[in-house]
Design a binder for this molecule. Structure first.
Ligand SMILES: Nc1nc2c(c(=O)[nH]1)N[C@H]1C(S)=C(S)[C@@H](COP(=O)(O)O)O[C@H]1N2
Ligand SMILES: [Mo]
Length: 534
C-alpha cells in the first residue's frame, strides 16, 4: 500500500496519543485515587454541556450514551494526536506542545471533578504526555530515516541513469544506500506502531482489570442489615410478561450523570447534615445502617420516562426517616429547601415540608433486602415518595444541606427542568409485548402509578370505544404502583388499545400529550395491535 508521508505521520501521531492515554490510564489506575482522566473529561462534558445537550442526554446517558461518550473522547484524542503527528513532521516542537496542552486539559477536567485528585491527575497526565511525545519523536525519526533512505535510493537510481554526481544536502547520511532500505524502514515503522498500539491498549486495560477490586463491593459484602419484618408478598395477577410488583434490583432502571459508578468506601464515608440547622452533625455508615429499621415500598420514577417507558420501578427500601435525622439537627423554620448532595457533586432540591408531611422520605441503605447496589447509590441514597428522582433521589449521598427555596437551584434546574418535580399519574401497557396477536382472549396488563396517593382506578378502551375498568392487583402502600389486568376478546383487524389511570385523590390522568421536559411526559399510553385470525 502506498501511503503519503503525511498519513504516515498521522498514524505516528495517533499511535503516540494512544500511548499517552494508555500511560495516563495505567498511572491513574495504580495510584490511590484511580480516577480516569478520560472519565473526568467525560464528566466535564456531561456537566458542562448545559441545556442544549442535557435534555436529550439525561435519558441516553443512563445507558448507551456513556460508552459512546467515552469512546468519542478517545477517538477525538487520537485525531488530535494525528494532527500533532502531521504538525511535528515539519516543526518538532509541535508534538510536545500539543501533548502538554492535552495533559493540561485533563488536569483541568480533574480539577472540576469532585471524585478526582488534581495532583494525582497531574502526575498521570504529565507522564502520559511525556510518553506520548517521546513515542511521537521516535516514530517520526523512523519515518524520516525511511524517507531519507528511499530518497537516497531514488538518488542512487537517478545517478545510475543520468551519470550525475550524488545530490548533496539531503539530510543525515542514510544508514543503508540500498533501494530496498526505505521499505525495510517502513516495515520497522509499522512494527513499532504495532508494538506501541498494543502497549497502549494493555496499559489502558490491564491495571484496571487486574489491579484493584472495588472497595465498595468488598465492603458491601460484609454489611449486616438490622433485622426487620419483611413486607408480606402481594397477590399478583398471573399474566406472562406483566411487570412484577417488586422490581428485582438487577432489572431496576438506572439513571444518573456518573460515567463511572462512584466506588465509595463506607469506612471513609459519612453523611453530613448541615446548613440552616441548629446542630449540624455527621453520621457514619455503621450507625446509619444500625438505625435503618424503617422499611417502605416506594415506586421511583424518572422525569425522562416517556409514556409507556421503563424508567420506573418499585422497590422495598430500608433506611432512616429523613425527618428523624433532620429533627436531631434542628431545622431553622426559614429553611424551605432540602438539598441532597452526592459524592460526585450531583444535587437534588425539594421542599423541607416533604420530610415532615408524613410521606415516606428515607435516607436508604438497603434495597429489596440487600445493601444498596453500587449502581443504585451505595452506601446511602435518598428516597422520597411522590417526587421524581431528579429532585429527590440522590445516590451516593454525602450531604443534606438545609437552605432556602430561592437560595439554591439543584443540578437539573439550570439545565431546563422544573424546580418542583412531582411524579405524574401514569399508566403503562406491558402485555401483549408483541405488535400482533392471535384472535381470542388476549390478556391486557400493565402497571399504573401516582404521586404517593395510590391508584384508585385503571381503565382501558379499544378503538376509542367505552372505557372498561381493569382489575387491580394488591399493593403494599399508596407509594407504589399497582398492577392492572383486563382480558380482551380480540377480534381480527388492527386495534388501538389505550389505558388511563385515576389516582387516589380521584384525579384522572390527562390525555394531553406533553414531552418529558420540563416536568415529565403526559398522555395516555396507546398501543396499536394487529389481531390475526386463526
Ligand atoms: N448522585 C446522583 N444521584 C442521582 C442521579 C444522578 O445523576 N447522580 N440521578 C437521579 C435521577 S434523575 C433518577 S431518576 C434517580 C434514578 O435512580 P436509580 O438509578 O436508582 O433508578 O436517581 C437520581 N439520583
Ligand atoms: Mo431521572
Amino acid at each position: 500500500m502506498d501511503m503519503t508521508p503525511r498519513s504516515l505521520a498521522a498514524i505516528a501521531g495517533a499511535t503516540s496519543a494512544a500511548v499517552a492515554l494508555g500511560t495516563a490510564e495505567a498511572v491513574a489506575a495504580l495510584v490511590a485515587d484511580g480516577r480516569s482522566l478520560v472519565v473526568s473529561v467525560g464528566d466535564g462534558v456531561v456537566d458542562g454541556s448545559g441545556a442544549w445537550l442535557a435534555r436529550p442526554a439525561i435519558e441516553l446517558l443512563g445507558s448507551a450514551n456513556k460508552p459512546t461518550l467515552l469512546t468519542g473522547i478517545v477517538v477525538v484524542s487520537l485525531a488530535v494526536g494525528a494532527l500533532a503527528g502531521i504538525g511535528a513532521r515539519r516543526r518538532a516542537w509541535v508534538g510536545p506542545v500539543i501533548f502538554a496542552a492535552f495533559a493540561a486539559l485533563g488536569v483541568l477536567a480533574a480539577g472540576e471533578d469532585p471524585l478526582a485528585d488534581r495532583s494525582q491527575a497531574a502526575v498521570a497526565a504529565g507522564l502520559g504526555a511525556v510518553a506520548g511525545a517521546a513515542v511521537l519523536w521516535f516514530l517520526l525519526r523512523l519515518l524520516s530515516a525511511s524517507a531519507t533512505s528511499s530518497m537516497a535510493a531514488t538518488a542512487v537510481a537517478a545517478d545510475a541513469s543520468t551519470g550525475a554526481g550524488p545530490i548533496a544536502g539531503t539530510g543525515p547520511a542514510p544508514a543503508v544506500l540500498d533501494p530496498a532500505a526505505g521499505g525495510a524502514n517502513r516495515r520497522a515503522f509499522f512494527g513499532w506502531v504495532g508494538v506501541a498500539g498494543a502497549t497502549a491498549g494493555a496499559l489502558a486495560v490491564a491495571p484496571r482489570t487486574w489491579g484493584r477490586q472495588s472497595t465498595a463491593e468488598q465492603a458491601r459484602e460484609t454489611v449486616v442489615l438490622p433485622g426487620v419484618d419483611e413486607p408480606p408478598a402481594v397477590a399478583e395477577p398471573e399474566v406472562a410478561d406483566l411487570s412484577s410488583y417488586i422490581t428485582p434490583n438487577d432489572d431496576f432502571f438506572r439513571i444518573d450523570t456518573a460515567l463511572v459508578i462512584p466506588d465509595v468506601d463506607p469506612a471513609g464515608w459519612s453523611l453530613t447534615i448541615d446548613g440552616m440547622v441548629d446542630r449540624p452533625f455527621e453520621i457514619g455508615y455503621d450507625e446509619l445502617v444500625e438505625r435503618s429499621t424503617t422499611v417502605a415500598p416506594v415506586t421511583l420514577a424518572c422525569v425522562s420516562n416517556l409514556v409507556g417507558g421503563h424508567l420506573v420501578g418499585n422497590a422495598v427500601w430500608q433506611g432512616v426517616p429523613l425527618g428523624e435525622l433532620l429533627a436531631e439537627a434542628g431545622v431553622d423554620p426559614a429553611a424551605t429547601q432540602i438539598v441532597g448532595r452526592s459524592v460526585d457533586a450531583f444535587t437534588v432540591g425539594f421542599p423541607t415540608e416533604v420530610a415532615f408531611d408524613g410521606r415516606t422520605a428515607l435516607v436508604a441503605t438497603a434495597m429489596n433486602g440487600v445493601p444498596l447496589p453500587r449502581r443504585h447509590g451505595f452506601p446511602a441514597r435518598l428516597v422520597v415518595s411522590g417526587l421524581f428522582g431528579y429532585v429527590s433521589a440522590t445516590k451516593w449521598l454525602s450531604q443534606i444541606e438545609l437552605t432556602t427555596w430561592e437560595g439554591y437551584d439543584a443540578y437539573w434546574v439550570p439545565r431546563g427542568w422544573s424546580k418542583e418535580g412531582p411524579i405524574l399519574v401514569q399508566s403503562r401497557i406491558d402485555t401483549p409485548t408483541t405488535r400482533s396477536v392471535r384472535a381470542g382472549t388476549v390478556p391486557l396488563a400493565g402497571v399504573a402509578w401516582g404521586p404517593g396517593v395510590g391508584i384508585s382506578r385503571v381503565e382501558v378502551r379499544i378503538d376509542e370505544g367505552p372505557w372498561m375498568e381493569a382489575e387491580l392487583g394488591e399493593t403494599l402502600s399508596d407509594d407504589t404502583w399497582v398492577q392492572w389486568y383486563l382480558p380482551w376478546e380480540a377480534t381480527p383487524g388492527q386495534h388501538d388499545v389505550e389505558v388511563r389511570a385515576t389516582d387516589g385523590l380521584g384525579d384522572t390522568q390527562t390525555s394531553e400529550r406533553s414531552p418529558t421536559a420540563p416536568s415529565g411526559a403526559t398522555g395516555w399510553h396507546l398501543r396499536t395491535i394487529d389481531v390475526f385470525a386463526d
